[in-house]
Design a protein around this ligand. Structure first.
Ligand SMILES: [Zn+2]
Length: 467
């Protein structure tokens, strides 16, 4: 029997075992809360970590709890050849669940519960892969260390703490995204721009306030605006037209000579703005279709609309649209704005391909904004890129193809993964693009056989990388 077949054979029929190992981890409600001694991210993550370490010991691995930030499980006594990074913390359950989010529920091949997919299920799959390699006696000359983090969802202070006192491994993988391989995470530029002015009482329709967005990295679904002296019939006609053009629902309430506009769009992650409908840029479009006054606030509204027209998610109007072959195109989301009668500030979130530099991104934006008299501050956060033609990536893709029969390839994404700060690290599984796990949503789920397949892929990778 080949090693590939031995691994497949060893994993056969382990569905129950995997589910039983995972259930106590799902039952630990590991959202970040107030720090306590030895529990830097609160009691929930600490409880999940204790249970994961207990599982690793039961499966015969030497473990260590690193001051409550991460736990580690080692495959052997050799020097580290591979780090596998998975995490035990979860985002809050939220509403809309059909089952208890903190109780694993099995329905055929599906399992439901917060963390089944992100990332407790893949973590158990990685541990199972390590056990498979050990029990099959696949010869290794290097160690595999599973690093079990407890703070991926709220800033990754966990692995920052760990790597502050431990060396990186030659290879690092994280089963915290989708197969096949994510080898490029784009650069990140989120400037804050602002201006202030003296209140003016220009005649005509005045903008008293404009507020939109909740976070820098979220394409905004909400925006409100307070207008003075707008004609009701004219405003309603404009809002109706812009609602139709953009798909963002705009409405107005009138009180005396002021009107409050409310825009409701569709929220999305800032790295995938095409999936959302931006409430701020739709509101700007509507405002600019009105005969606004000639004051400073109204002028700023027109300039913002010029920089961020609705639907321009590539930075064309800002003058920074760019793309390259390996990492794709720049995306831009105007994510937050606050404007009143004396000034404004705004933030956009751009995810920038490898061809982006301070020169062709930040300087261009700053010059554009300086022409309006705005202040603009922000730096280009570095991209993370690993050579897609390296032996390391070839080993991963070949293991993936062996057990899935699918074609392996590399991907670039706009978001950051758990390995963004780890030299040479890539995200590898454990989901597939054609399966919706309801990530971070209600009824999060995973497929048992996909997790076992992940374990097979990881076992083969370990055998090949650490031989
Ligand atoms: Zn995750």
């Amino acid at each position: 029997m080949t090693v590939e077949e031995k691994i497949r054979h060893w994993m056969h029929g382990r569905e129950d075992e995997l589910v039983e190992a995972l259930a106590p981890l799902i039952a630990a409600e590991s959202t970040r809360s107030e720090a306590k001694p030895g529990m830097p991210f609160g009691e929930g993550p600490a409880k999940a970590l204790d249970r994961a370490l207990e599982l690793a010991r039961r499966w015969g691995f030497r473990t260590e709890n690193h001051e409550g930030y991460v736990g580690t499980a080692d495959l052997n006594e050799h020097a580290d050849g591979l780090h596998i990074l998975a995490h035990l913390d979860v985002v809050g359950a939220g509403d809309g669940w059909d089952t208890d989010p903190y109780c694993l529920v099995r329905d055929g091949d599906l399992i439901y519960g917060r963390g089944t997919d992100d990332d407790k299920g893949p973590l158990v799959a990685a541990l199972l892969a390590m056990r498979c390699v050990r029990e099959l006696g696949i010869p290794l000359t290097k160690n595999v260390r599973l690093i079990m983090g407890t703070d991926e969802e709220s800033g990754s202070e966990d692995i920052e703490h760990y790597y502050a006192s431990h060396p990186f491994a030659p290879y690092s993988l994280s089963p915290d995204a989708d197969f096949p391989v994510t080898n490029i995470e784009k650069a990140h530029y989120c400037p804050r721009f602002s201006a202030s002015w003296k209140r003016t009482e220009a005649p005509g329709i005045r903008v008293l306030a404009l507020n939109g967005g909740i976070r820098v990295n979220v394409a905004p679904a909400n925006c409100t605006c307070l207008l003075e002296n707008a004609d009701k019939a004219q405003l309603e006609a404009v809002l109706k037209q812009v609602s139709g053009e953009t798909g963002v629902s705009l409405s107005a309430e009138f009180q005396g000579n002021t009107a409050k506009i409310t825009a409701v769009g569709v929220q999305a992650h800032a790295s995938t703005p095409d999936e959302g409908k931006n409430a701020i840029t739709a509101t700007l479009q509507a405002l600019c279709a009105l005969p606004l006054a000639e004051g400073a606030a109204e002028k700023t509204v027109r300039q913002l609309h010029e920089c961020f027209p609705y639907g321009d998610n590539r930075g064309k109007a800002m003058g920074i649209a760019m793309e390259d072959k390996v990492s794709g195109c720049l995306t831009l989301t105007f994510s937050m704005v606050h404007l009143d009668t004396e000034g404004f500030w705004g933030i956009f979130d751009s995810r920038d391909p490898l061809c982006a530099t301070e020169e062709n991104t930040c300087r261009v934006t700053e010059a554009r904004m300086a022409a309006f008299g705005w202040k603009c501050e922000g730096k280009l956060g570095p991209a993370h890129a690993v050579d897609g033609n390296s032996d390391f990536i070839k080993t991963l893709l070949s293991a993936y193809e062996t057990y899935t029969g699918r074609k392996g390839y590399c991907e670039a994404i706009g978001g950051g993964t758990y390995v963004h700060e780890i030299p040479g690290g890539v995200a590898f599984g454990a989901g597939e693009h054609d399966f919706d796990s309801h990530l971070h949503g209600a009824n999060e789920r995973a497929r048992i056989n996909q997790l076992l397949k992940t374990a097979m892929i990881y076992a083969l990778v370990i055998g090949n990388l650490c031989a």
